[in-house]
Design a protein around this ligand. Structure first.
Ligand code: HEC
Length: 150
């Protein structure tokens, strides 16, 4: 009886399979990149103040307690959609004021409530932070998180 599954066949399947899946990996990575750059990101709205606001966010380690689009710590609320929660999609000035009022009123000192520190941010830092959170809320996350409260 002849051997049907030869060493050469096994080698070809190995190389062919590796090549096929490598090509699939590269093209899907490319597709994700194009999607992120052209579809899900608001690149036109990516202003200087948004970039500065991101630095305010990073410098003060907000992520140590909060999540931003699901990434971060689970001690405090998700902030990727806090702008929408504050009504910023309809009334940006109102949301900006609400954010500033919130930042100024911490820690609340209310017994039994988790506390957020006072960061003593300047007016400009607060404006940059608002711009950053507004921009973040415009990222197309394909409806995640499912609830505006989350
Ligand atoms: C030590 C933990 C901690 C850090 C760090 C922190 N926060 Fe908070 N934050 C909280 C907690 C706890 C709450 C919820 C408090 C409450 O509900 O009374 C909160 C709530 C908020 C809210 C209101 C959310 C809502 O849904 O109404 C905003 C806005 C916010 N934080 C922004 C920030 C920003 C911006 C930073 C960084 C400059 C930051 N936080 C850093 C703990 C933190």
């Amino acid at each position: 009886m002849t051997e049907r599954f030869t060493k050469a066949a096994a080698r070809n399947i190995f190389y062919g399979g590796s090549l096929f899946f490598f090509a699939a990996f590269v093209s899907l990575t490319g597709a994700s990149h194009v999607y992120v750059v052209e579809k899900s990101t608001d690149s036109k709205g990516l202003t200087e103040s948004v970039a500065r606001g991101k630095h305010v966010w990073e410098k003060n380690s907000c992520i140590n307690c909060h999540t931003l689009l699901g990434e971060g710590a689970y001690f405090a609320p998700e902030l990727g959609n806090v702008w929408v929660r504050y009504g910023g999609d309809k009334d940006p000035d109102g949301a900006r004021m609400a954010l500033k009022a919130w930042m100024g009123a911490q820690p609340s000192g209310i017994e039994g409530r988790r506390q957020m520190p006072q960061f003593h941010l300047t007016e400009r830092e607060l404006d940059d932070l608002a711009d950053f959170l507004a921009w973040t809320s415009r990222i197309n996350t394909q409806n995640w998180p499912p609830k505006v409260s989350g």
